[in-house]
Write a protein that binds this ligand. Structure first.
Ligand SMILES: *[C@@H]1O[C@H](CO)[C@@H](O)[C@H](O)[C@H]1NC(C)=O
Ligand SMILES: *[C@@H]1O[C@H](CO)[C@@H](O)[C@H](O)[C@H]1NC(C)=O
Ligand SMILES: *[C@@H]1O[C@H](CO)[C@@H](O)[C@H](O)[C@H]1NC(C)=O
Length: 213
């Protein structure tokens, strides 16, 4: 009877110790779980923040791409006008009794085809500011050279020089003009004056659209 009681007490003691150990283990496990949950929440927040950031970046990228496309379209729509032409390979032109429109027949550049080598006339394809440059060369001796630049039927520029026979003369001038769409610009050889060009491309008429308005 007494031995049974002692055995029981021992057993209880063992059980209690086991329970204590289990409880300690349990509580440490719970702490670990809490810790992991905290870490998890942390990670989740960081992932969400990253995702938000990359969504914002994607939005900015797509808006930049749209802007680039827009600019490319604008650039493609922008009229491109530039020409440069030499007068002739045939030597002297003139003198004639009256003023004549010069036909610069050697086309070096004619972007936009606004200059016609058959008429010598440049026609503005758009409203804008245009740059024109013309020079005159004279090689015949004892003669005047000189040209005039016309905007529609209005003379806008004239220059000339006299060759006293000692060699050649050369003169040039530049003008910027605001043109309406369809306006014309051309070069006139002054009556009784002559001008010269050959395969050295000495006499050149050039122009380009500086910017549209
Ligand atoms: C992420 O974006 C959502 C919705 O736009 C917002 O509610 C949340 O607060 C953002 N989270 C972070 C971490 O920025
Ligand atoms: C050219 O010279 C002639 C003779 O001197 C003159 O009669 C004529 O008016 C001149 N032409 C021009 C366009 O100046
Ligand atoms: C004049 O222009 C023609 C055609 O572009 C070119 O072949 C030639 O070499 C040029 N002459 C000179 C002297 O540059």
């Amino acid at each position: 009877m007494r031995r049974a009681a002692v055995f029981l007490a021992l057993l209880l003691c063992l059980l209690w110790t086991g329970a204590q150990a289990l409880e300690a283990k349990m509580s440490s496990s719970e702490k670990e779980v809490e810790e992991l949950q905290r870490e998890n929440t942390d990670l989740l927040a960081r992932v969400t923040a990253s995702e938000n950031k990359s969504t914002a970046l994607e939005a900015r990228l797509s808006s930049s791409e749209k802007e680039v496309e827009e600019l490319q379209r604008e650039n493609a729509d922008r009229p491109q006008v530039a020409f440069s032409t030499g007068l002739t390979d045939a030597g002297s032109v003139g003198p004639f009794k009256t003023d004549i429109t010069l036909k610069f027949s050697k086309v070096f550049t004619n972007i936009g085809q606004a200059y016609s080598p058959t008429t010598g006339i440049f026609t503005a394809p758009v409203r804008g500011v245009y740059y024109f440059r013309i020079n005159a060369w004279e090689d015949s001796g004892q003669t005047w050279t000189g040209v005039e630049l016309f905007h529609n039927d209005q003379r806008k520029m004239r220059f000339n020089d006299y060759n006293d026979g000692g060699g050649y003369v050369s003169a040039s001038n530049v003008i910027l003009l605001q043109l309406e769409k369809g306006d014309v610009v051309y070069i006139v050889l002054i009556g009784n004056y002559s001008i010269y060009d050959d395969s050295y491309n000495r006499t050149i008429f050039s122009g380009f659209l500086l910017y549209a308005l």
